[in-house]
Design a protein around this ligand. Structure first.
Ligand code: UTP
Length: 326
């Protein structure tokens, strides 16, 4: 089986971090997002991973080549014209008879959820959400097969959102659908959407299952990256003891991190080379070689070599006064 992972997006919602690091290489719960994705699909007998990368995104391909032992290929998407366009770029690397998994580069789907899905039928992974209007949405027939798909509909026909994992037992009709939307310039919200190619396939008799996924963690914006960090640390975070500091689990602390006189955790992920002193840090991601000094910090993301330094405040406060610092 081959896996296509589109990672070319600009990741604008995660700026400033994505100005210097492509989104898939941002750290969450101790390793880059793309490393979580690959670990989760590793039990699925995948022989080849094809990454669709954008300008400045070649480092993602380099990382995956180091991290994963199977064949890794990269295809450049010169112009970012949507997910359908991204997948279309792989057409020369995929044969009609190949089984194919398409998984987004900013969505972590738990291995258990994927393993439980049967690989002898085409499927689209979905999850019930409160407000499906921000997602691709599927409509099911009485037997649980998908009969319709729509991208970010104003009036969704169900609350089942497409989570970003698609499985095809062969790829002829998929690439036919992608060519169709590209040749006729069919765009939704200004982009060539994979969902529109899937709609073409459904009209021609394609009958995929909707597989409900439990563990689905979005990494597309700061709040969801921190939330994913909390959830994954809750499952995998370790206990640490550092003399002179209090470490409240779950946390992940890479090697070569210096922590002095601080309270760390819960839900903190710290990459190697970081230095933290005289500080309280909760619910945060601290990237490589960042420095944190004399500060109380929560719900924060610090990039590589970023520095945040506070200081002690001086007060001269009389009897019955009240000082409240936000
Ligand atoms: P998003 O729609 O989340 O876009 O793409 P994005 O650029 O990554 O993030 P924002 O919206 O600017 O913050 C979902 C997935 O599809 C890939 C992205 O890399 C991401 O993994 N994608 C999207 C492409 O590879 N090419 C595209 O043209 C569009």
């Amino acid at each position: 089986m081959k896996a296509v992972i589109p990672v070319a997006g600009l990741g604008t919602r995660l700026r400033p971090h994505t100005f210097t690091v492509p989104k898939p290489l941002l750290h969450v719960a101790g390793k880059p997002i793309i490393a979580h994705i690959i670990d989760n699909i590793s039990s699925l007998s995948i022989e080849e991973i094809i990454l669709v990368y954008g300008e400045n995104g070649e480092s993602v391909v380099d990382f995956v080549r180091e991290y994963w032992k199977g064949t890794v290929k990269g295809v450049l998407q010169r112009e970012l014209m949507g997910l359908g366009h991204a997948v279309y770029q792989t057409k020369d690397l995929i044969n009609e008879k190949d089984r194919l998994l398409v998984i987004l580069g900013d969505t972590i789907i738990e291995g258990e959820s994927i393993k439980s899905s049967s690989l002898d039928r085409d499927f689209i992974a979905v999850k019930e959400v409160d407000d499906p209007r921000r997602f691709g949405v599927v409509e099911l027939d009485e037997e649980g097969y998908i009969r319709g798909v729509e991208e970010k509909p104003d009036r969704p026909k169900s609350n089942l959102a497409i989570v970003g994992l698609y499985y095809f037992t062969s790829t002829g009709l998929l690439f036919e659908g992608l060519s169709y939307i590209m040749e006729r310039d069919i765009k939704t919200k200004g982009e060539y959407q994979l969902t529109d190619a899937l709609a073409y396939m459904l009209e021609r008799g394609w009958r995929p299952l909707a597989v409900r996924i439990e563990g689905w963690y979005d990494c597309g914006k700061p709040e969801t990256l921190l939330e994913t960090n909390r959830i994954l640390l809750g499952k995998t975070g370790s206990k640490y003891e550092i003399p002179g500091s209090l470490i409240v689990p779950p946390v992940f602390i890479e090697k070569d991190v210096e922590i002095k006189n601080s309270i760390i955790g819960p839900y903190v992920s710290i990459a190697s080379g970081a230095m933290i002193s005289n500080s309280i840090v909760t619910d945060s991601i601290i990237n490589r070689e960042a420095i944190v000094e004399n500060i109380s910090m929560t719900s924060s993301i610090l990039g590589q070599k970023a520095q945040v330094k506070g200081g002690l405040r001086r007060f001269n406060v009389g009897d019955f006064s009240k000082v409240e610092l936000g």
